[in-house]
Design a protein. Structure first.
Length: 668
């Protein structure tokens, strides 16, 4: 085996070593390690850069036609059961390694500026490095059991990072919510993988698919049971990738520091769900009902996220619902059988969404100089406006990301989203309608976000708005909601603007690798066993492309125009629209009331159930035990008077008892 592939296991191990060194230092020499801020940051960034360089080398090797490599060891064996662990390097793995490491490096560089004054600076870097290692380990996994191990590690790291500021009640609640909701999906995934092993006697992705197909053809296993296993496995990606109905944790996860929001939304937590669907594709494709469920779950989630994002005022939560919507596109594509299109959008989305989140963090960092360390004020777009004047680099890169996610050519999002919509039209026109309408909503809410943040008049010093939002902050009992009189907004440090500039490059150009008339991405990334031939440009159907691309760009331009009329030139009044349709406005503002429903049904319902069980335990179980004890006490107290040590008295009692029994039996 070539050294390049022989030591590929170092890619997840390097950031793991980085996290371990910092972790041991914090545990053993906490104060000293915490003071070594620059050295700690340099160490973690260096090991991740090393992993990134190694990943790029592997991707280049795979692009040059090197065959896939799998290296395994026997992990456990018992009778006929053999479980292997190891790593695999194929086209999908090489691509995902580059996506994860490049975004992680950008986030780590950015973190130095964003977290510069935070006392948990070193601890945050340790968590970031462990998070990256967990995701890289998941990507190189050779079977479903190994993926499940790293799947849970990714969930643990998200818990630590979302709740990083654990002294804030909102952050503590958010990480618990993320943990509990993901456990629901992970339990389904565990049941599904055990069911598939019971049916196929394998945890290997391709082997499971082949054996399941044979079992279905022979009738050895029923379609209903196989479908149930597939749906249970799909519950894992539903939770990890924040799909309906397990999507509610992701917006709350914005309580963590912005760098981790970027990493979660671009390349780790939520990408893991789509990646697992891709790995399990050999199993899902033999289950048409499961594929249909996947497609419609993604389509509904895309529309759901977009409709909620329309009215959000918190810049990070608006981007969070945008992520939910874009993940819906990816899941819909995978469910339609458009394997390459879904992963293409995963790649383009990783770069422009990372840039958008880091841009929002730059804005928040600047707003804190005006309103203080108050998350509600610093993140509310009603406090912003005209920040382009103060933050030209952040504004320019945010605009690039906005154009990319809206699907405006030639930006990256246009090529990937247009491919999904074109294939959706062929697969099911109704799916295309949902995706097309969602594209229009996306353009509207993203330019609403851009105009409210970077255009118009700066509102951060408006006393009326400040008073209104401070009242809201105090009503939510956030102890960080203090009044603050300070400075003007300003551009962020170079450690924060450099990653924005670097991420802007793939946000503009990377979509060109998937041009439909010269689709190099599809030629490289395609479903297992599928043979793809690049389409000759001369045979390309330009008329169909112009119609489909024109329709997607057209609906985006309509959304942008409406956003301009509402929030730039102010020819239309959003407040008047909200008052005219209060039910629809509240429906979107309150996130379709899913949080309220879940709170009433599951949280409050579980509490009522627990109280009922407590009453049964107290009154019935404890009552029976206490009654038994009381009866024993009373009987023993009564019997002790019969024990006087006189043999004649005992004989009298025995004689009386015998006489009593004799009378009873003689009468009956």
């Amino acid at each position: 085996m070539e050294p390049l592939y022989q030591y590929a296991w170092l890619i997840p191990v390097l950031p793991l070593i980085g996290a371990t060194v910092l972790g041991v230092g914090l545990i053993s020499y906490g104060q000293t390690t915490s003071r070594l801020r620059s050295i700690s940051a340099f160490w973690v960034i260096s090991v991740m850069v090393s992993a990134m360089v190694y990943s790029i080398a592997l991707l280049i090797s795979q692009l040059q036609g090197h065959p896939s490599v799998t290296n395994t060891i026997d992990w456990a064996a018992a009778g006929n059961f053999h479980l292997q662990m190891g790593y695999t390097i194929d086209h999908l793995t090489a691509l995902m390694l580059v996506i994860v490491t490049t975004v992680a490096v950008a986030v780590m560089i950015y973190t130095d500026g964003y977290m510069s004054h935070d006392p948990g600076y070193v601890r945050f870097y340790a968590y970031l490095s462990l998070f990256g290692a967990s995701m890289l380990g998941l990507v190189v996994s050779i079977n479903l059991v190994q993926i499940y191990i790293f799947w849970e590690l990714v969930g643990m790291c998200s818990y630590l990072l979302v709740g990083f500021w654990y002294d804030r009640p909102a952050a503590a609640a958010a990480c618990q919510k993320a943990f509990v909701v993901n456990r629901v999906g992970d339990f389904g995934l565990l049941l599904g993988m055990l069911g598939l092993y019971w049916a196929t006697n394998s945890f290997d992705f391709v082997t499971m698919g082949e054996r399941l197909s044979s079992l279905l053809e022979s009738g050895t296993i029923s379609v209903g049971l196989a479908t149930a296993f597939g749906i249970l496995v799909f519950l894992g990606p539903v939770a990890k990738s924040a799909q309906f109905p397990l999507h509610t944790w992701l917006p709350d996860a914005m309580e963590g520091p912005t760098p981790i929001s970027a990493l979660i939304h671009a390349a780790t937590m939520v990408a893991a769900g789509v990646f697992l669907i891709a790995r399990m594709y050999p199993v899902f494709e033999v289950l048409p009902i499961v594929m249909t469920i996947i497609a419609w779950t993604g389509a509904f989630t895309a529309f759901l996220g977009a409709t909620i994002a329309l009215t959000q005022n918190d810049i990070k939560k608006g981007l969070a619902y945008s992520t939910i919507s874009q993940l819906g596109y990816m899941v819909m594509a995978m469910g339609m059988g458009s394997y390459s299109a879904g992963l293409f959008h995963l790649m383009t989305h990783a770069y422009f969404k990372a840039m958008l989140f880091l841009g929002s963090g730059s804005v928040i960092h600047s707003m804190e100089s005006v309103v203080g360390h108050n998350p509600i004020l610093a993140q509310d777009m009603r406090m912003m406006g005209n920040l382009r004047k103060y933050m030209p680099i952040t504004a320019s890169t945010f605009l690039i990301g906005t154009l990319a996610i809206c699907g405006i050519p030639p930006f990256a999002g246009f090529w990937s989203k247009d491919e999904i919509l074109g294939l959706a039209f062929q697969a099911n026109p109704l799916l295309w309608v949902v995706g097309w309408l969602t594209a229009g909503l996306t353009a509207f809410y993203m330019f609403r976000m851009y105009f409210m943040t970077f255009e118009g008049k700066f509102r951060g010093e408006d006393p009326a708005i400040r008073k209104q939002l401070l009242t809201l902050a105090n009503a939510q009992e956030d102890h960080h909601a203090e009044e603050h009189h300070a400075h003007s907004p300003h551009e962020s440090a170079w450690t924060m603007t450099l990653p924005l500039a670097l991420l802007a490059v793939p946000s503009i150009l990377i979509g060109l690798v998937g041009k439909p008339w010269d689709n190099n991405f599809e030629a490289f990334i395609h479903a297992p066993g599928e043979i793809v031939e690049k389409l000759d440009a001369a045979a390309f159907n330009w008329n169909e492309f112009y119609v489909m691309a024109g329709s997607s760009v057209g609906i985006a331009l309509i959304g942008i125009t409406l956003g301009s009329l509402f929030y730039l030139v102010k020819k239309l009044d959003p407040t008047a629209i909200a008052k005219k349709y209060p039910a629809l406005y509240q429906f979107s503002l309150n996130k379709w009331y899913f949080d309220d429903i879940y709170d009433r049904v599951f949280v409050q319902g579980c509490r009522r159930l627990a109280r009922g069980i407590m009453e049964v335990d107290y009154r019935v179980i404890d009552g029976a035990v206490n009654l038994t004890g009381l009866a024993t006490l009373i009987s023993s107290e009564g019997l002790k008077y019969l024990e006087n040590g006189r043999a004649q008295f005992y004989a009298l009692i025995v004689f009386t008892a015998v006489l009593g029994f004799a009378i009873v039996f003689s009468v009956t």
